[in-house]
Design a binder for this molecule. Structure first.
Ligand code: HEC
Length: 115
């Protein structure tokens, strides 16, 4: 609260000094739309959650981990199921990775594999 007041005071001072203050529209929350997930979003999520086991650009470093370059492209249901619930040595990601991030990771895997 106090910080907010200080920030407002600083803004007012800046405006008084003739500085440009960003128009309100640029700080408004973006409207939520159902946009398809992009491979780039998927790459970011993959880098956060998956890369340490499944490798950079899906190039897995050990046969202990599934090689995602070999994942069947027509089995998205299995992908979502395994990632959500986990499989053997792989932890479940359901409570950690959001559904839209999972979709994005699927798009990313497809883009790396050339689907
Ligand atoms: C702690 C290491 C680890 C991390 C982190 C990890 N995985 Fe895995 N993953 C594994 C292992 C081990 C397997 C092999 C499981 C098995 O079949 O025994 C596997 C298997 C898989 C499979 C194949 C499942 C199947 O149906 O055969 C998919 C798909 C997968 N991982 C996706 C992901 C995704 C997406 C992420 C990030 C959200 C991720 N993994 C993070 C260890 C990991």
């Amino acid at each position: 609260m106090r910080r907010g007041l200080l920030a407002a005071a600083a803004l007012a001072a800046a405006a008084g000094a003739g500085a440009q203050v960003a128009p309100a529209a640029s700080v408004a929350a973006p409207t939520v739309e159902a946009v398809p997930p992009t491979p780039e979003e998927g790459r970011r999520a993959y880098t956060s959650f998956c890369v340490r086991c499944h490798g950079i650009n899906l190039a897995v470093g050990s046969s202990a981990y599934f090689d995602l370059r070999t994942f069947p492209k027509d089995d998205k249901a299995r992908f979502l199921e395994s990632v959500t619930k986990g499989k053997r040595q792989m932890p479940a990601w359901g409570g950690i990775v959001r559904p839209d991030q999972m979709e994005a990771i699927w798009a990313y895997i497809g883009s790396v594999n050339g689907w």
